[in-house]
Design a binder for this molecule. Structure first.
Ligand code: SAM
Length: 320
């Protein structure tokens, strides 16, 4: 049994960069946001979970309905027994290496919040490199048409449409369950009038030279490596979203000629890659007929995107 319901007034001194008000007089057995948070942090730390303070806070927000600001400015707020039970159950799930995004059913990407389910990849910060390229390639008020191949939760397409109000786009996926999540996210973000989602193999069914921007974050993990991934990924992301075939490159072999076919002559494409796949994927897109193909690094200085578009690491990113 978890002991995260530590009692108010019995917590250890705080080490967080916040200065709480003194604890008000309250019943000795009341559990507060602060005592619950501290006890959960200790539990996650003992369970060797990365970033225990952040994970414990995100779970506390979900279980108690308190915001991050509430937790920092009103730490002695008492939480109910039901909230505490819900929090304890969430912390137990995290200790079994279920990611926070799966437990709370939400994940932030770029500037939007998305619902996520076991049917979709939990969007990653690495994928925001595709956004950096797109922001540079198309200015804020430009009208253009984009497609996101293998859209999953809709993360890339919806983040793009939220930033570019005159753009329209299509998201495709082979998984109808993933597409249901993407459609729900589009509706929640009020983007469903500009986003269409279709079940198909990559770009099958779309005409030649249809799009100004083609984006994709396909599966790129070599099949044999999947068993070696962290449990958060291996056991909780759909294998359809991870498995790139024996050498991890199968999706790029399928995608390169399709991207060439559906992209307008002056269009831009950008695909995410694994950090060690740059030269091979660049060669596949060159073989499909693209010139000026570049390898773009992510903010961690690792190869992350192949594109014929601008390099955000050497060009200023527009501020609007
Ligand atoms: C790595 S996930 C990316 C999801 C999302 N775009 C993101 O970045 O968070 C790859 C997606 O490609 C989809 N997919 C796999 N094979 C596909 C295929 N042959 N045609 C279309 N989509 C496919 C998977 O279902 C999955 O949603």
């Amino acid at each position: 049994m978890l002991e995260i319901g530590a009692r108010a007034g019995q917590s250890t001194p705080m080490t967080d960069p916040i200065t709480p008000k003194p604890a008000p007089d309250q019943a000795n057995d009341a559990t507060t946001l602060l005592t619950a948070w501290k006890a959960a942090q200790a539990k996650l730390k003992t369970g060797r979970i990365d970033s225990p303070a952040i994970d414990a806070r995100l779970l506390l927000e979900a279980a108690s309905g308190a915001s991050r600001m509430d937790i920092l400015t009103d730490p002695y707020r008492v939480i109910t027994d039901d909230q505490l039970s819900a929090y304890e159950a969430m912390v137990e799930r995290r200790l079994k290496r279920e990611p926070v995004s799966r437990i709370v059913g939400k994940k932030g990407f770029w500037k939007i919040m998305l619902n996520v389910t076991p049917d979709v990849l939990s969007p990653r910060p690495d994928t925001e490199t595709l956004m950096d390229v797109s922001m540079l390639a198309f200015s804020r008020n430009e009208a253009f048409e984009a497609i996101d191949l293998g859209t999953g939760s809709g993360a890339i397409l919806l983040a793009l449409l939220a930033e570019r109000p005159a753009a329209k786009g299509v998201g495709t996926d082979i998984s109808s369950e993933a597409l249901a999540v993407a459609k729900e996210n589009a509706a929640n973000l009020d983007l469903n009038d500009r986003a269409v989602f279709l079940r198909t193999e990559w770009a099958a069914g779309f005409g030649d030279a249809s799009f100004d921007l083609v984006l994709s974050n396909p599966p790129y993990i070599p099949t044999d490596h999947i068993a070696t991934l962290d449990p958060e990924v291996r056991d909780h992301d759909p294998h359809l979203a991870l498995d790139g075939g024996p050498d991890g490159l199968q999706a790029y072999r399928d995608l390169a000629p399709e991207v060439k076919r559906i992209l307008k002559p002056l269009g831009v494409f950008a695909v995410e890659i694994g950090w060690d796949q740059g030269p091979q994927v660049k060669a596949l897109f060159e073989a499909a007929g693209f010139t000026d193909v570049k390898i773009i690094k992510d903010l961690g200085e690792r190869d992350r995107v192949i594109t014929n578009g601008p390099d955000p690491r050497t060009n200023p990113i527009p501020k609007d």
